[in-house]
Design a protein around this ligand. Sequence first.
Ligand code: IPD
Ligand code: CA
Ligand code: CA
Ligand code: CA
Length: 262
Amino acid sequence: MTDFLRLAEEIAREAGEMILAKRPTMSAEIETKSSPTDVVTTLDKASEELIRDRILSARPGDRILGEEGGEAPGESDVRWIVDPIDGTVNFLYGLPDWAVSIAVEVEGQVVAGVVNVPARGEVYTAALGQGAWLGHERLRCNTGVPLAQALVATGFGYFKERRAVQGEVVAQVVPRVRDIRRGGSCAIDMCSLAAGRVDAYYERGVNQWDFSAAGLVATESGARLGGLHGRPVSPDFALCAAPGLFEELHDLLAGLNPERDA
Ligand code: IPD
Ligand code: CA
Ligand code: CA
Ligand code: CA
């Protein structure tokens, strides 16, 4: 295991334990962000604060991009990309699918990723070129699944105009696949793909803190990750599946023009 991965895992585990311990008293304190459906709890902020403190005390010069605290400029080649709770709406409702996600990027390339799912006791890890793991189990995504038999995870952003388009797109996808799952955490969706619990994932509007750690878990499990029309994964579009299914789903989605606005 690399030193980056070891440190990221230690910090993601500590944040998860803190959230579980404080959750009974603190999770009800919420504010809204970009829209009434976009919420943040006190524990999202407390988790990010803990993660930032731990990173900076271990590696004072590194840069950090976090969902709640933004990005501070810096000179270092190393950038930590943090989602302190991915799946805040699940967290708010007492559903178990929320995660602490930490990725480490060196010179613009993600080299280590951890997705800790504390309420399920599951920790996904990956290091560039060294595989993806769920605990001690090596992960390999499902291969050879045709689109018509694929279980496809997706998600919906927080803006209602965008959601209207996402609803139209998914209505066209449902009749062409085995089924759809909307799990509520981009990071867990991608890790589920790595673990063979779903076959594919797509979403418009996810951010770097949502997909950086889990994207490495997925690619190290054998999946392809990208955007539409040969572009790299970005907040514009994220698509992930084993080669073969990736191209089939890509062509279906590209034809539905999912990046248009309502
Ligand atoms: C959200 C989750 C959700 C996805 C949204 C994200 P948050 O992150 O990953 O599954 O559909 O686009 O914003 O706000 O819970 O960290
Ligand atoms: Ca959020
Ligand atoms: Ca997120
Ligand atoms: Ca979040």
